[in-house]
Design a protein around this ligand. Structure first.
Ligand code: FCB
Length: 486
């Protein structure tokens, strides 16, 4: 049997159409707590997000992930939807408290069976499963004994990685240790707008280090269990930080936020050291003596690619008393997520915004990819999340028409393609998200899905952007214009 090539060599090249490289991965992404529901099924115990969401006043409208999109029961339908879309990969996360309740001891087979069945079904449809081990659902019992600011959590995570790899390593080739450890450390322990909702700046810095350590130990654990063909990575929400002006003060504010947002992770993970300016900037808070001998060597593991999540750039200045605010768009708090950077102001970049209030700026993604290439010339990149929330609704014809999302995706895919043309090794793109879902502190009020979810009934309705994305994924060709989106 001959397999038809994706695009016949003789196909006319329409001017302005951008063709992605053959083999480029086209995926969609989700995370366990945001979609699964079934919070206590099969022996699952509470994670920090269950506790946080059930604490009055934490999540908008009192929403919780108890039911979410009910993916735990409707996963077959969700796999069918992906197959209909024709995507080549699906990035999901494994719920730690579902497969190792309480974060200690043996794995629970019923929990693992859920992911075995899901991944088998994906493979049957020709969709590559990409598993994230940690998308923020720390077992509550581990938080009760210190959480990420405590060193022992790193060892617990490596044990969990071993259990997951033993159970799923025969079918999952691509593994991501952590999703956006910046959010876990600084939103979870400094500004408190994410679980566990603590507001202790030094604890946030300790958490960042122990997340780094957890990553390094987990990479070692995964490599010990997985076949040689496996690929292991981490996903960072690298902030593309811009200074509002070229003044020395504003440039220094940008440098400081770049250290706290990005280099606190890329330094140890990719270069085996914490940046000197970060240590200096935070010296009045901590002497970093929680970094023990040998930690940096453990953290600095070879990776097969770097996962990059991008939504919007970050615009900062030195605070002048006018304009700006202490937050960065992830939720308001009187506590800053930026330890030692109280004098930095954050500004809304110019241009259109999404329903999150985040500026739409694909140039940030392009610049970010080029910077990563300059810093790490040999490290392949994967866009593990990109997408946008808009106020989508089902119209009287039963359709969800979302031209703004199509325009957003078109702009950002153009940026990815331009970066590839400029020599950046970008291997794939995962649209966030397959489904509307529980958007953390915003609950169900923000819709990021390519597929609309009616929460009372669970009904799924692919939006026009889903059809648009399916066509791009199927052909590997990005049209010159976004189009009307119907
Ligand atoms: C990222 C998260 C993801 C989702 C998007 C909108 O920070 O990784 O779970 O909430 O933002």
């Amino acid at each position: 049997m001959t397999i038809a090539p994706r695009r016949p060599a003789t196909a006319p090249q329409t001017p302005g159409v951008r063709h992605f490289p053959p083999g480029f991965t086209w995926g969609t992404a989700t995370a366990a707590y945001q979609i699964e529901g079934a919070a206590s099924a099969g022996g699952r115990t509470p994670s920090i997000w269950d506790t946080y969401a059930h604490t009055p006043g934490r999540v908008r409208n009192g929403d919780t992930g108890d039911v979410a999109t009910d993916h735990y029961h409707r996963w077959r339908e969700d796999v069918e939807i992906m197959a209909d879309l024709g995507v080549s990969a699906y990035r999901f996360s494994i719920a730690w408290p579902r497969v190792q309740p309480t974060g200690r001891g043996p794995a629970v087979e019923r929990g693992l069976d859920f992911y075995r069945a899901l991944t088998d079904a994906l493979l049957e449809k020709g969709i590559e499963p990409v598993a994230t081990l940690y998308h923020w659902d720390l077992p509550q019992e581990l938080e009760d004994v210190g959480g990420w600011p405590g060193r022992s959590t790193a060892g617990r995570f490596a044990d969990y990685a071993t259990l997951a790899a033993r159970a799923l390593g025969d079918r999952v080739k691509t593994w991501i240790t952590l999703n956006e450890p910046w959010c876990s450390a600084f939103l979870g322990y400094a500004s408190g707008v994410h679980a566990p909702g603590r507001t202790e700046p030094v604890a946030a810095l300790r958490a960042a280090h122990h997340l780094n350590l957890a990553h390094g130990m987990a990479v070692q654990a995964l490599r010990a269990e997985l076949p040689a063909r496996a690929e292991v990575a981490v996903t960072l929400n690298i902030h593309h930080v811009r200074a509002r002006t070229e003044s020395a003060e504003d440039l220094d504010a940008a440098r400081r936020i770049d250290a706290l947002a990005n280099r606190v992770f890329t330094g140890p993970l990719l270069e085996g050291k914490y940046p000197a300016d970060l240590l200096e900037d935070t010296r009045t808070l901590t002497d970093w003596s929680f970094v023990q001998d040998g930690d940096l060597a453990t953290i600095h593991q070879p990776l097969d690619f770097l996962g990059v999540n991008y939504y919007t750039p970050t615009l900062v200045s030195a605070a002048t008393g006018e304009g700006g605010h202490g937050s960065d768009g992830h939720g308001a708090s009187e506590h800053s997520p930026w330890p030692g950077a109280g004098h930095v102001a954050f500004h809304r970049p110019p241009g259109d915004t999404t329903a999150m209030g985040w500026a739409v700026d694909p140039s940030g993604l392009y610049d970010l990819l080029l910077r990563l290439k300059a810093d790490q010339p040999d490290l392949p990149l994967m866009i593990t999340e990109n997408g946008a929330a808009f106020d989508d609704y089902v119209n009287p014809e039963g359709e969800v028409v979302d031209p703004e999302r199509i325009a957003y995706l078109h702009g950002h895919l153009t940026a990815v393609h331009r970066a590839i043309e400029a020599g950046v090794d970008v291997r794939g793109y995962f649209l966030w998200s397959l489904l509307d879902n529980f958007e953390w502190g915003y609950g169900y009020s923000k819709r990021f899905g390519a597929v609309h979810v009616d929460y009372p009934t669970g009904t799924r309705t692919p939006k026009s952007s889903a059809r648009w994305y399916a066509e791009v994924a199927r052909t590997g060709a990005l049209p010159a214009e976004a189009g009307p989106g119907r």
